[in-house]
Ligand binder design. Structure first.
Ligand code: FAD
Length: 468
């Protein structure tokens, strides 16, 4: 193996949202940066997660919404879905975004290196690519090595037909039947897109309800709106293994002591993600980096690890595994690596789920707020009272605003169309320590979805105009 030696102010490992952001921000702050990636720029989010998943959800929803066009007099005739063409369009979107990042790296003089990085010691990184190796002496490093799907014993990914959320985004035909193991948001987003394309989906969840990261009221609301989130959902059910019938995988599971057999074209295992597999290649033992009780690399609010020149961001640094958390942490780490002062504040992290209707939450739930504060105020308005929701045929769901007794905002819940967009206003309001009046007296354009956020703030004061 030929080894070359170079130097860098900052070496970033992993070119997903956390890594490419840290690299670009580091270069903007004047550092000489090398970004190392073993697969493809963009990481999980752009190539195998957020972007392809949302592209397919959009296409699935669009062809379904055409039924409404016919209802209002726009006659489309029979809608023909060419799934391979949709996949090509989705791949083009990914390509466009990946190219945009490569251009940004180039513009900022970030050196992009394809290879697998590991520590030789606390100030030297080895990057291996085929028979070549390069040792980079660095002043600072950012680890942004992301996460991988957890493997369940008995359902290992090397078995025929057992796949992860990554492979299901690449299938070239709409499957007739799918079995999803794991009723989290990744599983439910798979339900959203493939049900709308016509697949029958069965979901197996070990806990007594799906989507435990969201309040029961939210989950009940989307289950009431759409049968795809309520039928063929097997809760309190443990996935045990896979067998094959006529060449098709069958999930063998156990519910209340009874065996359950669920067949499908594929079994998708979406039972959580872990960061430790990526740690293995890094040879952390050659550094002073320590891990916490849950096995994640320990970081402080500056994203600094216990090895002071090494930072860790994104999924590799722990929960929540979200691209927008990785983006923010990447910026913090780069700023601190460049000698500046910044820290990560995780109080108001919005969480969005692209079901139909969408779900978006930020801040405290009503239950948590009631436990922590006396005399909370809650306003809830349905989208059926929103002009925008009705004119776009998207009137299911609601907005809930939660404030303390002094009307300081504590949390917002949105279930409905464009919840993913409207939650930005609520997040900014929380970040700015807003009170109900700050939202209620802000003039919102009409008719728009965010008007419902202002209306819910008025409802919390007992002053809603369009709802009671
Ligand atoms: P990643 O994006 O995982 O990137 C890590 C990179 O590091 C990878 O490219 C990997 O190849 C590279 N790497 C690892 N080890 C090494 C090494 N030793 N040397 C070189 N390179 C290495 N989040 C949202 O906010 N919104 C969503 O809608 C959303 N949807 C999702 C849908 C799905 C199906 C999935 C799976 C995830 C979704 N996520 C979503 C989560 C989001 O994708 C992650 O939180 C995000 O990608 C984390 O970014 P990251 O930079 O930490 O790591």
């Amino acid at each position: 193996m030929g080894v070359t030696n170079t130097e860098a102010d900052l070496v970033v490992v992993g070119a997903g949202p956390g890594g490419y952001t840290a690299a670009i921000r580091g270069a903007q702050k004047g550092l000489d940066v090398v970004l190392v990636e073993k697969e493809r720029v963009g990481g999980v989010c752009l190539n195998h997660g957020c972007i392809p998943a949302k592209a397919l959800i959009h296409a699935a929803g669009f062809q379904r919404d055409i039924a409404h066009w016919n209802d209002i007099g726009i006659n489309t005739g029979v809608v023909d879905v060419d799934f391979q063409a949709i996949q090509e369009w989705k791949n083009d979107v990914i390509e466009q975004l990946d190219d945009g990042i490569l251009q940004q790296l180039d513009y900022h003089d970030v050196e992009y290196v394809n290879g697998t990085a590991s520590f030789l010691d606390s100030s030297t990184m080895r990057v291996e690519h085929g028979d070549d190796a390069r040792d980079i002496a660095f002043d600072t490093a950012v680890l942004a090595t992301g996460s991988q799907p957890i493997e369940i014993p008995g359902l290992e990914f090397d078995q025929d037909g057992v796949i992860s959320s990554r492979e299901v985004l690449q299938v070239d035909e709409v499957p007739d039947e799918l079995v999803v193991v794991g009723g989290g948001y990744i599983g439910m987003e798979a339900v959203t897109k493939f049900s709308k394309f016509g697949s029958l989906i069965k979901v197996v969840e070990a806990r007594d309800r799906v989507l435990t990261m969201f309040e029961e009221e939210i989950v009940n609301s989307i289950q009431e709106t759409s049968e795809m989130y309520r039928d063929h959902i097997y809760t309190s059910t443990m996935a045990k293994g896979v067998e094959y019938e006529n060449g098709r995988p069958v999930l063998v599971a156990e519910r209340e002591g009874e065996e359950l057999r669920l067949g499908g074209d594929y079994i998708i295992v979406a039972a959580g993600r872990e960061a430790k597999t990526a740690y293995r290649a890094l040879n952390l033992g050659n550094t002073a980096i320590e891990r916490d009780d849950r096995g994640y690399i320990k970081t402080d609010r500056r994203m600094q690890t216990t090895d002071e020149n090494v930072f860790c961001v994104g999924d590799a640094a722990g929960n929540p595994h979200l691209a927008h958390v990785a983006y923010r942490q990447g910026k913090v780490a780069a700023e601190v690596a460049a000698g500046g002062d910044d820290s990560f504040d995780g109080r108001y992290i919005p969480a969005v789920m692209y079901t139909d209707p969408e779900v978006a939450i930020v801040g405290l739930s009503e239950t948590d707020a009631a436990e922590q504060y006396d005399g909370i105020k809650v306003g809830r308005v349905p989208f059926s009272a929103s002009g925008r929701a009705l004119t776009t045929n998207k009137s299911s769901g609601y907005v809930k605003v939660i404030a303390d007794a002094n009307e300081k905002l504590l949390g917002v819940r949105i279930v409905g169309a464009r919840a993913s967009d409207s939650i930005a206003e609520a997040t900014l309001a929380l970040e700015m320590d807003a009170h109900l009046d700050d939202i209620a007296t802000t003039i919102h354009a009409h008719p728009t979805f965010p008007e419902a956020v202002a209306e819910a703030a008025e409802a919390a004061k007992g002053e809603s105009i369009h709802s009671h």
